[in-house]
Write a protein that binds this ligand. Sequence first.
Ligand code: DX5
Ligand code: ZN
Length: 234
Amino acid sequence: MLDIRKFSREQILVSPSILAADFCELGKETDEVVAAGAELLHLDVMDGKLVPNISFGVPVISSLRKRSQALFDVHLMIERPLFYAPAFAKAGADHITFHVESADDPDKTIDCIHETGCTAGLSLKPATPAEALFPYLDKLEMVLVMTVEPGFGGQSFMADQVAKIAAFRREIARRNLHCHIEVDGGISEKNVDLVVANGANVLVAGTSVFRHREGMAQGVKVLHDAAKFLDTAL
Ligand code: DX5
Ligand code: ZN
C-alpha cells in the first residue's frame, strides 16, 4: 500500500480528479496523468445525499486498482463514511478522506480508516470553519479544503477559502504536526500560486488537468511548477 506520509509538506503532490476524465478512456487517461508525474489519483465518490450529485463507487476503483500504481486518494462525499470506508479500502484506496458534515463520529471514522491500513483525511464544505477540524488534526494525515461547493467538477475557484488554507497552515505549524493540506475545486494555473503560497501542498485538479488545452502532461506540470511558491513557515 502506498503511504502519503512518505512525502513531506515541502513537496507539491498533484492529484488529478478523474471526474473530468473521459470515462470511456479511463485506463488510458489515468495512465497518461501518472506518466506525466501525478503522484496521486483523486477519486470523487458522491452519493446524492451529502452532495447533490452521484458519481461512481467501489467497482470503478477496484478496476482502476488492477491497472494503476498511483496512490489512490479517495474523496468520500457521502453519508455513512464509517460504514463504507472498509469497502473502499478493500477496493484499493490508499488514503480516504471523508466530510465532517456527515453524521458519523469523526474520531470513530478516522480510527476505522486507520484500522484498514489507509491514511485518513477530513474535509469541510466552504461554509464550515477551519476550527471544526482542529480537534482531529493530531490523528489526520491530511485535511482537504474545498474551494468549490462539493458535488461537481468544472466550477469556479472560491478565493474566499484561501484564508482557511492559511488557518490550517498556522495551526499545523503551531502544533508541529505532519498533516498535508490538500485543496480541491477550480484549481488551475490561475490560482495555484495563491493556494500554495498560503500553505496547500496537495493539489486536486480535474478540468485543468484532463481538459488542459496543451494536453494533460502540461496540466500536471503547471501545478508541480508552483513548488516555487511553497513556504511552509508561519
Ligand atoms: C468536487 C470534487 C472535485 C472536482 C474537481 O466536488 O470534489 O474533486 O472533481 O474538479 P475541478 O478541478 O474541475 O474543479
Ligand atoms: Zn474531490
